[in-house]
Write a protein that binds this ligand. Structure first.
Ligand SMILES: Nc1ncnc2c1ncn2[C@@H]1O[C@H](COP(=O)(O)OP(=O)(O)OP(=O)(O)O)[C@@H](O)[C@H]1O
Ligand SMILES: [Mg+2]
Length: 162
């Protein structure tokens, strides 16, 4: 389990590491957190790490947006407007939970019990400092461990060695 507080730069760096592994292992990534917590920001970084070169925006009107990543297709869903998990069926939810693609889902709580048992859960919350976000990451089922964000000390080290 990962639990830490990240600024925007650290969150983006962590997201890129998450995306590289998620794409390789085709992880289903469920994101939780209130409005403005940083779900889309984190997914944008995850997509960069997964090799997506096109711009990633929030798919609020389409609900599911497919991108081309380094190793194949990648799905980004935003379930904010879903009121009942039964609305997932027409969204090709079976494809999304098949394990054949990396999948990144905002407002994953809207999927209720329809989330696949093997997944990452990433929870974002606001901090008293508006430049920081608290993050928690956990791997469930057969998912690989969630990579730990680089610590301040490790990043300072990188900067001096680069
Ligand atoms: N440490 C941080 N990590 C992530 N985002 C941050 C951080 N500090 C400031 N921000 C800002 O917070 C905002 C997060 O917005 P974002 O759209 O990613 O949230 P969201 O969780 O997707 O919201 P919504 O539920 O409305 O889609 C961005 O404007 C981002 O620049
Ligand atoms: Mg969003």
């Amino acid at each position: 389990m990962i639990e830490t507080t990240l600024d925007l730069v650290a969150l983006r760096t962590w997201g890129a590491a998450l995306g590289a592994l998620a794409a390789r292992e085709r992880v289903f990534v469920a994101l939780f957190g209130p409005l403005g917590a940083g779900k889309t920001t984190l997914i944008q970084a995850i997509c960069v790490g997964a090799g997506v070169t096109e711009p990633v925006t929030s798919p609020t009107y389409t609900l599911v947006q497919w991108y081309q990543g380094a190793g194949g297709r990648i799905a980004h869903a935003d379930l904010y407007r879903i009121e009942d998990p039964r609305e997932l069926a027409p969204l090709d939810w079976e494809d999304l939970e098949s394990g054949k693609f990396p999948v990144f889902v905002e407002w994953a709580e809207r999927a209720g019990t329809e989330l696949p048992p093997t997944r990452w859960e990433l929870r974002l919350s606001l901090d008293a400092d508006p430049t920081l976000r608290r993050v928690r990451g956990v791997a469930l089922g057969g998912a690989p461990a969630v990579p730990a964000p680089a610590t301040e000390a490790a990043r300072a080290e990188d900067e001096t060695t680069c």
